[in-house]
Write a protein that binds this ligand. Structure first.
Ligand code: IPM
Ligand code: MG
Length: 351
């Protein structure tokens, strides 16, 4: 079992360190961790945010534990050298098209949500976000119009097979949960979304036990704060999924709690994947022992579940995190005073 560990920039290394301590504490036989450089730190060392040696480590690994990328110094770089290209490149090069972003309210955090406790406590949803297409990977450019004005442009598109494969992942996930799937698009305005809606509706025929609904993304953003308990599984494109998953994170108390899995064909279950907290590198608090490592620790749990088939260990980690939160272990993101390492210690103690 080869696990690539790409800690990256900002708070990436400090949160990933705690997740690695948790993985090591399980003492799984044959587990090998291989570190690699990504993001701004890789650019400084190798001149590229995703150097070939890092990609080779990822290709040879069974799973990747990813931290975060991005720092202030790199914001001025040309797009292809920016730290974000590391994560976008790994998702694309490894064909990791299915992003699972679960969000549920942990007991004891009712008062940490931006929503009223009775609204927040109903949250138990899974966002299935497409990761290899959409406006993220379309042609883009900067041009000067005939009248001299500069114009930036980005091409949004989805091919029907790209929509169908993510729809299948989402329907299967809904079958294993409460049997409800909401597909989110902007079909009242976008052709991309029109096709999306048609294809998702056609795939539904294969899943008679799943109740499918459709929602426009603006309404979905509103419903996510009005009545998030109505959602079970959400399936959506790359851009809308990026935005809605950040929004969902504040509904459950903190972005420092949300883990994610990016999976390829055959997912979920037993396939290669990349696992990362959904929060970014937060360079403003890096190195201050203030970051909450729980999202990274929960990402390690998802890694055990989806890539290594270790459901028992995954559940043990999730339960240790839940108990730490229930016992009042809180980082500054949740209004508490526990530092990064102390949170790691608290989870380890309960493991
Ligand atoms: C995420 C992040 C990335 C994305 C960035 C870092 C490119 O926001 O994983 O949600 O937009 O996908
Ligand atoms: Mg994001």
């Amino acid at each position: 079992m080869k696990i690539a560990v790409f800690a990256g920039d900002g708070i990436g290394p400090e949160v990933t360190r705690e997740a690695v301590r948790v993985l090591e504490a399980l003492a799984l036989p044959g587990l090998e961790l291989i570190a690699g450089d990504v993001g701004g730190s890789a650019w400084r060392k190798h001149g590229h945010p995703l150097p070939p040696e890092t990609l080779a480590i990822a290709q040879a690994a069974d799973a990747i534990l990813f931290g975060a990328v991005g720092d202030f110094e790199c914001d001025r770089l040309e797009r292809h050298l920016r730290p974000e290209q590391a994560i976008l490149g790994l998702r694309k090069e490894l064909g990791l098209f299915a992003n699972l972003r679960p969000a549920r309210l942990f007991a004891g955090l009712e008062d940490c949500s931006a929503l009223r406790p009775e609204v927040a406590s109903a949250i138990d949803l899974l966002i299935v976000r497409e990761l290899n297409g959409d406006v993220y990977f379309g042609e883009k450019g900067m041009r000067t119009l005939a009248d001299g004005r500069r114009q930036g442009w980005d091409m949004m598109s989805y091919a029907e097979d790209e929509v169908a494969r993510i729809a299948h992942v989402a329907f299967r996930a809904a079958e294993g949960r409460r049997g409800r799937l909401c597909s989110i698009d902007k079909a009242n305005v976008l052709e991309t979304s029109q096709l999306w809606r048609e294809v998702v509706s056609a795939v539904a025929a294969d899943y008679p036990d799943v109740a499918l609904s459709h929602m426009y993304v603006d309404n979905a953003a509103m419903q996510l704060v009005r009545n998030p308990g109505q959602f079970d599984v959400i399936v959506t494109g790359n851009l809308f999924g990026d935005i809605l998953s950040d929004q969902a994170s504040m509904c459950v108390g903190s972005i420092g709690l949300l883990a994610s899995a990016a999976l390829g064909a055959g997912s979920p279950g037993g396939s290669k994947g990349l696992y990362e907290p959904i929060h970014g590198s937060a360079p403003d608090i890096a190195g201050q022992n203030r970051a909450n490592p729980m999202a990274s620790i929960l990402s390690a749990a998802m890694l055990l579940r989806h890539s290594l088939g270790r459901e028992d260990e995954a559940a043990r980690i999730e339960s240790a995190v839940a108990r730490a939160l229930a016992d009042g272990v809180r980082g500054s993101d949740l209004g508490g005073s526990h530092g990064t390492a102390a949170i790691g210690d608290a989870v380890l103690a309960r493991l």
